[in-house]
Design a protein around this ligand. Sequence first.
Ligand code: NAD
Length: 250
Amino acid sequence: MSRDDTLAGKVALITGGAQGQGAAEGRLFTAAGATVVLADVADAEGKEMADEIGGRYLHLDVASEEEWDTVVADVMVTHGQLDVVVNNAGIFRSARLVQETIEQWEQVIAVNQTGVFLGMRAAARAMIEAGRGGSIINISSVAGLEGIFGSMAYSASKWAVRGMTKVAAKELGRYGIRVNSIHPGLIATPMTAAFPAIVDEEKRRRNEKATPLGRVGTPEDIANMALFLAGEESSYCTGQEFVVDGGIHS
Ligand code: NAD
């Protein structure tokens, strides 16, 4: 892992940071000099990950307005600033349209869509008050760029993240706050550990063949893009979609 000072002096809050992509972002941001706060509902795993990278852990259900207020207030009191927020927490539930239940639909929308709305709002309020600008990075998906079979609620939430990112970018540019979305393809994390394209040898080979870069993505592939968007190297990018999928959706 490269070590540099891309994020020296910055404070970054990463939701869903206990494992998978959020944990990889926490590790990379720390190596790049940031003070990292991981937030999650998986408290034991989140604390362990924060200890491992030398960061802090805070409990946060991203679907809770109250918990967002508490977490951002804690960060501002403890660190005095909030420069980067990665709205990474998400859940995947598979169901075809005709089988989708309202309970599952609402659960997915609450975490993946309302969670990102609340995260952007809480971050923007704190960043505007601090007057230091900032970078908000929303984790959408390739499911936010096209229809993915059997994922009605998930796709709806990820298309929403893509749209909300663009609205926020237009509203927050005047404060020096940039807002972008990342669209991962298939990434090997606990979320996808039981996906057929990961566990079924034949489907895995077929997927690799269909991917121009010939492999499944890693959490580090996404963390590298998040680092670019968090730091000054992306200083003129806002409201944009950054696809990290090995070229499969090109
Ligand atoms: P993951 O399941 O490995 O990790 C997600 C983390 O989010 C977990 O630590 C979980 O505890 C946390 N979380 C879940 N609900 C939460 C809540 N209400 N509040 C706070 N934290 C919560 O998943 P991942 O693969 O690392 O996914 C990270 C993001 O990337 C998600 O938004 C996901 O939808 C998106 N994504 C993943 C893939 C992929 O192939 N893995 C592809 C495209 C997009």
